[in-house]
Design a protein around this ligand. Structure first.
Ligand SMILES: CC(C)(COP(=O)(O)OP(=O)(O)OC[C@H]1O[C@@H](n2cnc3c(N)ncnc32)[C@H](O)[C@@H]1OP(=O)(O)O)[C@@H](O)C(=O)NCCC(=O)NCCS
Length: 190
């Protein structure tokens, strides 16, 4: 059974069909999808249904996605790909939920899960250069710059300059006190 992660304000759980309306509404916002690699714009109901089905098929194996829920429904998602090799984190929040520390809190919980459950030494991330908020989130979590790149944006129909970052297990463990609203180490895995 998929784990449920709890933070001070959020629950991270398996996405399900009850999330489809919220997905269409929140991931359908171009200001969200333009920062993501594979999310199309416009984002239709079929896309949300396909993503939910995909999450169910791959859960626990090569990939893991968590719906981020504030108690009133899905507000975003955080995912890991390539879990067996070099895990790669991706995430987004609906625009009404930006700027409140939610992603720092959610990503911290997800990374705590990753390093607890998987015997990996590091996790990688890639943010477009025009996405300072995401780069700030990653650096707060202990990610260090790991090179320049180019990242496809399906929504923009273009490849954008990007920053690649890497979080070492040890760096994460030593920076946990600085994030998650002082809730570091208090996440529960149920
Ligand atoms: C990126 C995203 C997840 C951030 O979520 P969030 O909950 O607002 O992030 P947090 O509030 O936890 O932290 C944001 C940090 O960025 C900082 N920030 C925000 N806008 C910034 C800007 N223009 N320049 C520099 N820093 C900025 C904030 O000050 C905050 O840092 P602080 O806590 O040290 O003050 C959200 O904006 C989002 O979903 N965007 C669209 C999708 C996306 O970009 N996904 C990531 C792809 S790599």
């Amino acid at each position: 059974m998929a784990e449920i992660l709890k933070t001070a304000r959020l629950v991270l759980r398996a996405p399900d069909e009850g999330d489809i309306d919220r997905l269409v509404e929140l991931a359908g916002d171009y200001e969200v999808s333009k920062m993501l690699a594979v999310v199309p714009h416009p984002y239709e109901r079929d896309h949300a249904e396909d993503w939910i089905a995909h999450c169910g098929e791959v859960a626990g194996d090569e990939e893991r996605s968590f719906a981020i829920d504030d108690g009133n429904g899905l507000i975003g998602a955080v995912s890991f790909r390539r879990l067996r090799e070099s895990p790669r984190i991706g995430y987004w929040l609906g625009r009404p939920y930006w700027g409140m520390g939610y992603m720092s809190e959610a990503a911290h919980a997800a990374l705590t899960w990753l390093f607890s459950v998987h015997d990996v030494t590091s996790v990688v991330a890639e943010a477009m250069r025009d996405n300072p908020a995401s780069i700030a989130v990653l650096r707060k979590l202990g990610f260090a710059d790991d090179g320049e790149g180019s990242c496809d944006s399906r929504a923009r129909g273009a490849a954008l300059p990007s920053l690649q970052l890497r979080l070492q297990r040890n760096a994460f463990l030593t920076t946990t006190q600085a994030v998650a609203g002082g809730q570091a180490g208090k996440e529960l895995i149920g």
